[in-house]
Design a protein around this ligand. Structure first.
Ligand code: SF4
Length: 302
């Protein structure tokens, strides 16, 4: 593995490349990553970088977002088949159909959506900034796609807005059921439960804290508690264990793993860097419209 890491780091320098890695990636990807984070953090890095090449260790919509924000850079996705099952639940046609039922309401999308979907929406959010960004709309009612659970969680946090949600969901987070929280609490009574808002509302309602991956990591950093039950993707548990060896972390149940996120290997990263393959392209017209939706989010989350 050391040899692979050295080769990647050498190529990175030679080609003025930057490697961005999502927290759900296999943990060894961090060995070569320049930035590790959630969608919001990585979108901000993609927007600001002066590298010539961005290697996005994540899933397709993330690399697309990086390309939209940095159209002059070459954006490479190590595993071209790494998609997002939630993002795939809505396409352009289904979005237009959903919008046509309430054409005058602001249309907000989760960043976990395709460039085409973003190109029709007014505003984009990530799980880190969804509450703040939706609040900035000062609206009484909005449409939200594709994650029904994130939308309903935001509605509950704000209390004064109605959010009509599209029936999309994350199949990975939906594997976590209230019974799993009950069982984990019985097994680890002193541990706090930290959950991601993509979880079912019944799960979020049982958690001590609900937040994005960055939110969860920051919560652990500030908390005096010594043990935590983590109700999100396994990559977060792996990184917390590595970064806080004096604390204890329990996955809420086994195998909360996003198969697409785990496709990337160090070999794939080396391969795309060497050969500059798996380049992401976004149609100019779609990118022009989608960038407005993402820029509004970046502006509102400053
Ligand atoms: S964890 Fe869920 S939302 Fe995230 S990439 Fe995987 S399928 Fe998509």
């Amino acid at each position: 593995m050391r040899e692979l890491v050295e080769k990647i780091n050498k190529l990175k320098k030679e080609k003025n490349a930057v490697i961005l890695a999502h927290c759900y990636q296999p943990v060894e990807v961090d060995l070569v990553a320049d930035y590790v984070g959630d969608s919001l953090h990585l979108s901000q890095v993609a927007a600001d970088t002066d590298a010539d090449i961005i290697v996005f260790a994540g899933v397709y919509f993330m690399a697309q977002t990086a390309k939209i924000l940095s159209p002059d850079k070459k954006v490479l996705l190590p595993q071209i088949k790494a998609g997002c099952r939630m993002a795939d639940m809505i396409d352009y046609e289904r979005l237009l159909e959903f919008k046509s039922q309430n054409p005058d309401l602001p249309l907000v999308c989760y960043v976990n959506s395709t460039a085409e979907v973003k190109s029709v929406c007014d505003l984009c959010v990530t799980s880190s900034n969804a509450v703040r960004v939706v609040k900035s709309l000062n609206a009484e009612k909005i449409l939200f796609v594709p994650d029904t659970y994130l939308g309903k969680w935001v509605e509950k946090q704000l209390g004064n807005i109605e959010i009509i949600t599209y029936p999309g969901f994350c199949p990975t987070h939906l594997q976590i059921r209230p019974k799993d929280i009950e069982n984990a609490r019985k097994e680890h009574p002193k541990a706090l439960v930290l959950a991601h808002p993509e979880c079912h509302m019944a799960v979020s309602d049982m958690a001590d804290y609900v937040g994005s991956t960055t939110g969860i990591m920051n919560y652990v950093a500030k908390s005096d508690n010594k043990s935590f039950i983590i109700a999100t993707e396994q990559g977060v548990v792996d990184r917390l264990k590595r970064d806080y060896p004096d604390k204890e972390f329990y996955p809420v149940k086994d195998n909360i793993v996003c198969p697409n996120m785990k496709m990337t290997s160090l070999e794939d990263i080396l391969n795309v860097l060497e050969n500059e393959t798996n380049e992401i392209h976004v149609d100019d017209e779609i990118a022009k419209k989608a960038v407005t939706c993402i820029d509004r989010m970046l502006e509102a989350s400053k």
